[in-house]
Design a protein. Structure first.
Length: 391
C-alpha cells in the first residue's frame, strides 16, 4: 500500500492506539505531514515519531481508522490476508454449515477492517463502504475476495454508504447477480435483493434471535412489527405458530415478506402481511398476540437524536406491553449504536412501569458470532435485545 503521509499525535494521546483501539480522533492530532486526502493510507506516529500503525485518513471527528498496528506498512496481500482470517473465524465458530449459506464475512472494526462490511449470500459477496478509505480500496478488496474464494465467487456488489445522501449508488465489481437471490438460513429459504433492499438486502445479525423466536412460537399468535422481508415470521411459522401478522411501512418490504412466506410453503391462511405504521397499528390492535417482536430501524443514528429515540423506544414498548396477552412474550431490540445496553434496558423498564404489568426478563440478546466485537473496541456491540415475559 502506498502511504501518503504521516499523522503525528499530541504527547500523551497515543494510549488508545497502544491498546489497539482503531479510531484516531481529530483532537488527538498534533500535525499532519504530507498532503493526504480522504481515503488515503497514512502512518500514525506518537509525539516522538514512533510508529503506532497504519490506516485510512478522512477529515472529520474520526480522522484515521487504523487497520494495522504493525510498524511495517501493509503489503499488497493485506486484504486477502484479512479476508482469509475472517473466513477462518466463521468456519471455526460454526457460522457456516450445510443449512446456512448466508453470513457476514467482514464486520468492520470487529474484524480489524474499520469502515468495511462484507456479507456473503451463497456465491455472492455484497460490500458496504462506510468510510472514504473502504471506498477508495474497493477494487483491492474485491481482488482479495476473488483470491480467497476463487471460482466459488460469482458476484461482488458494492454499495458506497459514505456517499452524500441521494448520491449513494451500487456497482458490480465482479460478475452480475440474478435478483432476487435465494439463500438458506438454518434450512429456511429467503429471497435477497441487494440492489433495492436495505443495507445488503437482509438482516443477518438476527439469525440466532430468529431461531429463538421459532422455538417459542408453537401454537401461538405472533405479531412481527417492522418485519422487513419477514425473517422472524418465517421462523415463527416453521416453529408451529397458528397465526402470524407481519407489518412494515414499506410496501416493497411487505411484498418480499409475502414471497418469503410462500417460498417456504406455508399455508396462506396462517399469515397476513400488512403495510402500515407500527405505532398506529399497536394503538388499535386487539389483545390476541402471544408473541410480539419489536425490531425497529435505528431510532438514533447519531448522539443528537438519542433523546428523541429513547422516547420512541419507550412508547413502542409500552404499546406492545399493553396489547400482549397475559403470559405473552415480547422480543424487543435496539440496533442504535449510540444507545448502550444500560440505556436501552432502563428505557424498557420505564415502559414497563408505564404499562403497570408484571414483567420478567427471560434473556438478554445480542449479535451473532459473524458480527464479532473486538475486545479493544466495545463500541462495536450495537445490537441489544431483551426477551420479556408479561403477565
Amino acid at each position: 500500500m502506498k502511504i501518503q503521509g504521516d499523522v503525528i499525535l499530541k504527547k500523551g494521546r497515543e494510549a488508545s492506539a497502544k491498546r489497539f483501539h482503531p479510531w484516531i480522533f481529530s483532537g488527538a492530532i498534533q500535525s499532519t505531514e504530507g498532503n493526504p486526502v480522504n481515503g488515503d493510507w497514512v502512518c500514525v506516529k506518537d509525539a516522538g515519531h514512533g510508529i503506532l500503525g497504519f490506516g485510512h485518513y478522512q477529515a472529520g471527528s474520526i480522522t484515521v481508522r487504523l487497520l494495522s498496528f504493525s510498524t511495517q506498512a501493509p503489503e499488497d496481500s493485506f486484504y486477502e490476508d484479512k479476508i482469509l482470517a475472517a473466513k477462518a473465524m466463521r468456519e471455526a465458530s460454526g457460522v457456516t454449515n450445510h443449512a446456512t449459506n448466508c453470513f457476514r464475512l467482514v464486520h468492520g472494526e470487529g474484524d480489524g477492517l474499520p469502515g468495511l462490511i462484507i456479507d456473503m449470500y451463497g456465491d455472492a459477496a455484497v460490500m458496504q463502504g462506510h468510510s472514504a478509505g473502504a471506498h477508495a480500496d474497493r477494487l483491492r478488496i474485491s481482488e482479495g475476495l476473488k483470491k480467497v474464494f476463487g471460482d466459488r465467487l460469482s458476484t461482488v456488489y458494492y454499495k458506497d454508504m459514505a456517499a452524500p445522501e441521494g448520491k449513494a449508488a451500487g456497482a458490480y465489481l465482479h460478475g452480475a447477480g440474478t435478483l432476487p437471490h435465494r439463500v438458506e438460513e438454518h434450512g429456511h429459504a429467503f429471497l435477497v435483493d441487494w440492489e433495492a433492499g436495505q443495507k445488503t438486502g437482509f438482516f443477518l445479525d438476527q439469525r440466532e434471535n430468529r431461531r429463538l423466536v421459532g422455538t417459542l412460537s408453537k401454537g401461538k399468535h405472533v405479531l412481527n412489527t417492522f418485519c422487513y422481508t419477514g425473517g422472524f415470521s418465517v421462523y415463527a411459522l416453521r416453529g408451529g405458530a397458528s397465526l402470524v401478522h407481519s407489518i412494515d411501512a414499506s410496501e416493497r418490504a411487505v411484498e418480499m415478506a409475502q414471497k418469503n412466506i410462500e417460498l417456504n410453503g406455508f399455508d396462506p391462511g396462517t399469515h397476513s402481511c400488512i403495510t402500515g405504521d407500527t405505532f398506529d397499528f399497536l394503538k388499535s390492535a386487539k389483545s390476541i398476540y402471544d408473541v410480539i417482536i419489536l425490531d425497529p430501524p435505528a431510532f438514533a443514528k447519531h448522539k443528537e437524536a438519542k433523546h428523541q429515540a429513547m422516547k420512541g423506544y419507550q412508547r413502542l414498548n409500552a404499546e406492545a406491553m399493553r396489547v400482549i396477552k397475559s403470559q405473552g412474550i415480547i422480543f424487543t431490540f435496539s440496533c442504535s449504536q449510540v444507545v448502550d445496553r444500560k440505556l436501552f434496558y432502563d428505557t424498557v423498564v420505564s415502559a414497563a412501569i408505564q404499562s403497570g404489568r408484571d414483567i420478567q426478563v427471560l434473556a438478554t440478546l445480542s449479535q451473532p458470532a459473524d458480527h464479532p466485537v473486538s475486545i479493544y473496541h466495545p463500541e462495536g456491540e450495537y445490537l441489544k435485545g431483551l426477551v420479556l415475559f408479561v403477565r
